[in-house]
Design a protein around this ligand. Structure first.
Ligand SMILES: [Zn+2]
Length: 164
């Protein structure tokens, strides 16, 4: 198993850079809400800078490509040791899994972790009105379609998470 106390710092640094890149792309690339995800700018937890997807490259078999499927993280999957480590230690570092169970909104994502001290504040602050205000003056593809559906999208995707 990787040394997480050392690699944590490296990962957080990498994740921070990736998050900033995603944030910039979010404004440039067409975003949308689909069956099991809502990627609208500002609505996706990755855009908040509080959430990230975690995997262990040391556990990925040679030649295998990361797919981010639940099977990779379940018992028997090659990230199962990471799952066990996360189960034991995630909360110690202030993280939780918002998409641990199928709640009829965002698909199950055992790799997706959220830093609770900041994410809870962001979730409380984010309302449909705040999102619409953030979009004002921006080119958000599909915003004319999304705006009248925001109450539904908040109910189904944004507020509909596992809290433990
Ligand atoms: Zn994610």
């Amino acid at each position: 198993m990787a040394n997480f106390t050392v690699s944590d710092h490296y990962w957080i640094d990498k994740a921070g850079r990736l998050m900033r890149l995603l944030w910039r792309q979010a404004h440039a690339v067409r975003q949308f809400c689909t069956g099991q995800r809502c990627l609208a700018p500002g609505a996706w937890r990755h855009h908040w800078g509080t959430d990230l997807d975690i995997f262990d490259p040391d556990l990925l078999p040679a030649g295998a490509r990361l797919q981010l499927t639940p099977e990779e993280y379940l018992p028997g999957g090659y990230f199962a040791p990471l799952t066990r480590w996360l189960d034991r230690h995630l909360a110690d570092y202030g993280f939780f899994r918002p998409y641990a169970h199928d709640r009829g909104g965002v698909a199950v994502e055992p790799w997706h972790i959220s830093y609770r001290p900041l994410a809870d504040r962001a979730a409380q602050a984010l309302t449909p009105a705040v999102l619409l205000q953030a979009w004002r003056g921006q080119e958000v593809a599909g915003s004319a379609w999304l705006a009248p559906q925001l109450a539904y999208l908040f109910r189904r995707y944004i507020d509909n998470i596992d809290k433990e």
